[in-house]
Write a protein that binds this ligand. Structure first.
Ligand code: SF4
Ligand code: SF4
Length: 89
């Protein structure tokens, strides 16, 4: 059976807020700290750079999954927050 892609939930945005991003983002030249909303996140929690070449590679590689997204935004924030602590240098 072919895997069906896990759908990104609307009005979530947890993965554009919880993780730190170390590469430049248009409008955030030094990337962003953990827990800060990306400036490219619009009011509907969608990425303004989606499908554009200047979307950071980190974001392109981050795919929705049950493990990351959980059942709600709180699950996703908790998972991404724990990952952030685990990968802190
Ligand atoms: S955490 Fe998952 S559901 Fe939430 S915005 Fe990111 S990909 Fe979508
Ligand atoms: S660039 Fe887009 S996908 Fe990446 S963190 Fe910002 S809003 Fe999210």
């Amino acid at each position: 059976m072919k895997d069906t892609p896990y759908p990104c939930r609307s009005l979530c945005g947890a993965c554009c807020i919880a993780p730190s991003i170390t590469s430049p983002i248009p409008g955030m030249p030094d990337g962003k700290p953990a827990g800060v909303a990306c400036v490219q996140l619009d009011a509907e929690f969608r990425c303004r750079l989606f499908g554009k070449p200047d979307r950071p590679a980190f974001c392109v590689s981050l795919r929705p999954s049950m493990e990351m997204c959980g059942n709600n935004r709180g699950d996703a924030s908790a998972y991404l927050g724990s990952l952030e602590i685990a990968t802190r240098p």
